[in-house]
Design a protein around this ligand. Structure first.
Ligand code: SF4
Length: 408
């Protein structure tokens, strides 16, 4: 391995960061820098130290707020995030068909700060896992990680995750575990883990039992506060040293799609309350909000310096009518059994979230393409049998209608 993989302690990290900030502005991405400075100067909030947490049993320490880069197409935003204090960038091999890894890796490389940041990427999607035997899986994983390394312009990935694992069997896949362990042994990855959208509690519980995986990136937000199986699983895994990387922390992105809610609470209150709620769980190492503009970057990263709730944030979190009005699909998969045509409703709901709330049509298309065609959009006859079976007020029929307009 030609690149170095330094010992990332908080002290060394902060010292290195100071040097990096001095040099990073010379890298030639001035639009991001200027925009971030304008907003910073307008803020009168007192600056506190950035809060770091250890990522599981590894020595990696990360700021509690990271950048989910998947929606980003602006190199200036990545540079501005670094300058603000972000030190962990999260992407995936299939985001923007590889272009997102190229973007993240390109900016970090051009700024010359690879030894000051952490990169998480995700490989081996459910579609790629379909129909592979053990040998094919090992070859596939090796090819995939090599592709990510090339696009990211690095020779190691800090946190390498298997993408979208949704059941106990997938957590326990021996061929995948052995291949990932070999990748780590070759020092192409420093920490290995999984990402999970569906059956989150089950997957995390199994991660705690198996002991191979060091990190889990999972959907986790305040609308899931009543899910005791999930909080128990997070605690169980946490006590074994596995820390969570929280995603979907804003319960679907889009800074709140509900106009009535926007009248009661401003977007800063909503975003900060939602992120703080996740980080109040001590077993969450960091969150990866997918901000894609400078204002949201500032709003989200401010939480990394202050986890105390403001009064209006507590009001928001205790407002039951707001939580019910949100309609966040928890990917619990309860509705699957009710569909007479076997439509993969949870994955369609996730596709809708990416299209309508994130406005990330690349990711929406990639998610839709993971469903075998016989279970996808055209199979839905609009009988609405599933609607009554959803315990979380998700407007399934409307969302499928909207997807049909876009994709069929
Ligand atoms: S639509 Fe409702 S029942 Fe179906 S996965 Fe989402 S939250 Fe669960």
């Amino acid at each position: 391995m030609s690149g170095n993989t330094p010992d990332y302690t908080r002290r060394k990290f902060l010292a290195a960061s100071a040097a990096g900030l001095a040099s990073a502005g010379l890298a030639g991405f001035s639009p991001g820098l200027v925009r971030a400075q304008q907003i910073t100067e307008a803020s009168d909030e007192p600056k506190k130290d950035i809060i770091f947490r250890q990522l599981g049993s590894s020595k990696l320490e990360v700021p509690v707020v990271s950048m989910g880069a998947g929606n980003c197409t602006d190199p200036g935003l990545i540079q501005a995030s670094f300058e603000l204090g972000v030190r962990h960038f999260e992407t995936a091999a299939n985001y923007q068909f590889g272009a997102n890894e190229q973007l993240v890796g390109g900016v970090i490389n051009k700024m010359g700060v690879r030894d000051q940041v952490f990169i998480t990427t995700k490989i081996y999607t459910p579609a790629q896992r379909r129909d592979f035997d053990a040998k094919q899986a090992r070859n596939k994983l090796t090819n995939l990680v090599d592709g990510s390394l090339k696009r990211l312009r690095t020779d190691y990935i800090d946190i390498l995750l298997i993408h979208d694992v949704s059941n106990r069997e997938a957590v326990n896949n021996q061929a995948v575990m052995e291949a990932m362990a070999a990748i780590k042994e070759q020092q192409k990855a420093r920490v290995i883990g999984l990402s999970v959208h569906a059956n989150v509690a089950e997957v995390i519980d199994e991660v705690a039992r198996v002991g191979t995986w060091e990190a889990v990136q999972a959907s986790y937000n305040f609308t899931m506060a009543d899910d005791t199986a999930l909080s128990d699983a997070i605690t169980k895994a946490g006590k074994k040293g596995v820390r969570l990387i929280g995603m979907k922390t804003l319960a679907g992105g889009g800074r709140w799609p509900n106009p009535e809610t926007r009248q009661s609470y401003n977007s800063t209150t909503i975003a900060r309350a939602a992120i703080k709620w996740v980080l109040h769980n001590p077993y969450v190492a960091t969150v990866v909000p997918a901000f894609n503009n400078y204002e949201h970057m500032q709003e989200d990263f401010a939480v990394a310096r202050d986890l105390e709730y403001a009064p209006e944030e507590l009001n928001f979190l205790s407002d039951n009518s707001i939580q019910l009005g949100m309609g966040f699909c928890r990917q619990c998969r309860t509705c699957l059994a009710s569909c007479p045509r076997g439509v993969d409703i949870p994955t369609l709901m996730r596709t809708h979230m990416y299209a309508a709330q994130y406005t990330n049509f690349y990711l929406a298309r990639a998610t839709l393409d993971e469903i075998p065609s016989q279970n996808s959009l055209p199979a839905c006859s609009h009988c609405e049998t599933c609607v009554a079976d959803c315990a979380h007020s998700v407007d399934i029929a409307r969302r499928i209608d909207e997807l049909k307009v876009i994709y069929t």
